[in-house]
Design a protein around this ligand. Sequence first.
Ligand code: IPD
Ligand code: CA
Ligand code: CA
Length: 264
Amino acid sequence: MDALQISERFSVAQAIVREAGDLAMGYFRNRETLAVESKGPQDVVSEADRAVEAMILDRIAARFPADSVLGEETGGPQSWDGATPLWVVDPIDGTACFVNGIPVWCISIALVAGSEIEIGVVFDPNAGELFAARRGHGALLNGVPMRPSTAASFAEGIVGVGYSPRRPAAAVVQAIAQLLAEGGMYQCNGSGALMLAYVAAGRLIGYYEAHINSWDCLAALAMIREVDGWTNDFLAGDGLTRGNAVAAAAPGLAEAMRRLSGLT
Ligand code: IPD
Ligand code: CA
Ligand code: CA
């Protein structure tokens, strides 16, 4: 993909994520009538997730019919050649918050080409915040460049921690115990995509989760890299299709977060 093709997709991604936010907000405001199904322990899906993903996929197909899409609710292409642009979509990240009326959720869209995350956009319609990054062109929050925290120790801020039953509790319990022992503090707000975007924006000083899927994290990882923060090599192996452990940190905490997470 050349720069023009990426730039066009960056603009379209921002428009789509805003439209998706409006659609999701309609469901959120009327959630007492929302149909919700369980996919497993602590894992629900609502008609809002499916409708928002369908709308996003429609918009992408209309503008870029040859591109591929990997969506949380609809899955990915049969095969992906690596060269075709791949959109990675989470229609609602923070569904548990969404269905319980907690205004902490977002829409997350990334664009991958080859082994690079070229674009990442995360929109939080409750806060009216659009986080957006394009590889090599910086990361913006509502049009203003983001800056990561200048913290140099865990004692100087809050680390986001995510958990899902996809992994045993031991890894996260151990990481939290270690963090607290070093004078740190943790927060879990229910949206991995938002917490990772907060690392780029300097609100959190790091993030750790023992397993997360690509649609939850790729968009925000693109932002963290643009602000010179540290992230592990999430796409190593089959991270794109099967997920991976994820860790991220403000620049001054890269070494500390490597040690805490055991990731590289
Ligand atoms: C989940 C959220 C959560 C994270 C999980 C994700 P969903 O996504 O990002 O914060 O801990 O790993 O599965 O189900 O709300 O889209
Ligand atoms: Ca998600
Ligand atoms: Ca989701």
